[in-house]
Design a protein around this ligand. Structure first.
Ligand code: NGQ
Ligand code: ZN
Length: 453
């Protein structure tokens, strides 16, 4: 009675769980890797490709912000900083309806796939209508995110955001934040509704927005809603946020959080930019993931997380495209390394004696840490979701390269690196282009014309 979908892909070389192997045949059954054979010839019916890498998780996205990319790079009346950017972002937020949210997210997700991201952690806080009134279905906007994930085919870990306050110590939220606001009971209902809209291998977690937006009591009440699922929080991104937290509690945000709640391997600390050595050591000890978003952190002028020290002491990290001002998996990893080089004035800061390739060490760390963060097992091995990237041999950047040099050449040197991307066994990207790009793009253009009219 079974109607299993079975197919096989053959690669000249592939990055498996235990390192590179040549002449690799992956048998996929119902979207999962069923069997990995190494050193074999392809069967006649196998699709043949050059080099396979596991898909990279994108652990932090606000999909709707894709639509304002490029519109905030203009000097304002006063000092431009994170907070003035946020005012512009709030103005944009006020205009986005359900249809536009879905259209923007679908394009963002298609572009993520094209760049090599195969699962997204959507830190989703546009819950209500612009004036704060409830949609007939509390899960309306979450459902739009889920629909965008289905249209694009990307894996979805949906992180409905709990947001209740406008600053530390339970300050009242501003009018521009009305769309984000719930009480704990309303939030539990929203999580249940959102969970019901998930695509087949979707995961649902929760996301207290930041210590600015949640009181200690609320945080305590929220955690049982997550059960064993991922918990994400924005933390210590801006110096002002750290100062305000110290003024409120006597401690910086990461220290406060680690002291107050049982942060563990289910947790992702997004940004965690401003941390001291003790906080770094304790994040590592708890096993939480540092969710770094290098392109957005650069764009917003956040600062630099001590990624080298963190990795060397065994910390788990992953990357996120956050504001989606640029959607590019390789660029996130490249900028993560370059930020360290620029500040520490040295090369290959995120490589190690054991893994001397900077790109390979970073990529593998982000595949593993990203999976941990999004509640899935990643990597090319039997039993895992068939989330696979193939590199494009026709990019001259790959000429004469093998093994880790392929990853370094992808991250640091290539211009059109990605050929195909399979997500859950479906080839969503071929020749670097999403199979539904034309329709998704047309719908996005209509949404933007409405928003910018
Ligand atoms: C967000 N983004 O929720 O979209 C935030 C800005 C805030 C980043 N932190 C709003 N990058 O943190 O208050
Ligand atoms: Zn964010």
């Amino acid at each position: 009675m079974s109607r299993h979908i079975r197919m096989a892909l053959w690669f000249e070389t592939a990055l498996l769980d235990h390192g590179w192997a040549d002449r690799v045949r992956l048998t996929l059954v119902d979207g999962r890797i069923d069997r990995v054979e190494v050193g074999v010839d392809p069967d006649r019916s196998d699709e043949r490709h050059f080099a396979a890498l596991p898909g990279l998780p994108n652990l932090h996205s606000h999909a709707f912000q894709r639509a304002m990319a490029g519109l905030t790079e203009v000097r304002g009346a006063s000092n431009d900083d994170f907070w003035s950017w946020r005012e512009l972002m709030y103005r944009f937020v006020a205009k986005i309806g359900p249809e536009q949210c879905e259209a923007i997210a679908a394009l963002a997700y298609a572009e993520m796939l094209e760049s090599g991201f195969t699962r997204v952690g959507e830190f989703h806080y546009l819950h209500h209508a612009p004036d704060g009134s409830r949609y007939a279905d509390l899960g309306e906007m979450s459902g739009r995110i889920a629909a965008a994930a289905e249209i694009s085919g990307i894996g979805l870990t949906l992180l409905p955001v709990f947001y209740a306050h406008g600053g530390f110590g339970g300050q009242a939220p501003g009018a521009a934040q009305a769309r984000f606001i719930n009480d704990v009971d309303g939030f539990a209902e929203l999580v249940a509704r959102a969970g019901a809209t998930l695509p087949p291998d979707g995961v649902i977690g929760i996301a207290p927005h930041s210590l600015r937006a949640v009181t200690p009591d609320e945080l305590g009440a929220l955690l049982p809603i997550a059960k064993d699922a991922p918990v994400h929080i924005h933390i210590a991104e801006q110096v002002k946020e750290v100062e305000d937290c110290i003024a409120w509690s006597g401690r910086p945000p990461v220290r406060w959080l680690l002291d107050a709640v049982p942060v563990d391997t289910r947790w992702t600390l997004v940004h965690a930019t401003h941390v001291d050595a003790g906080e770094v050591a304790d994040i590592v000890a708890r096993g939480a993931v540092a969710g770094l978003c290098p392109v957005t952190e650069a764009n917003l002028g956040d600062g630099l997380f001590p990624a080298g020290t963190f990795l060397d002491s065994g910390g788990a990290l992953g990357v996120g495209s956050d504001s989606n001002v640029r959607i590019d998996a390789a660029e996130e990893l490249r900028l993560l390394e370059y930020g360290q080089r620029l500040t520490l004035r040295g090369r290959n800061q995120l490589a190690s004696a054991a893994r001397r390739s900077t790109g390979a060490r970073l990529f593998e760390a982000a595949v593993r840490g990203g999976g941990q963060s999004l509640g899935v097992e990643t990597g090319l091995a039997a039993g895992r979701s068939a989330d696979i990237i193939s590199l494009d041999r026709s990019d001259p950047a790959f000429e004469g390269r093998c093994g880790d040099a392929l990853i370094d050449s992808w991250i640091f040197a290539s211009r059109r690196p990605i050929d195909c991307v399979w997500r859950g066994g479906v080839k969503q990207v071929a020749g670097g282009r999403h199979r539904h790009r034309d329709v998704i793009e047309a719908r996005y253009r209509v949404a933007l014309q409405e928003l910018l009219a």
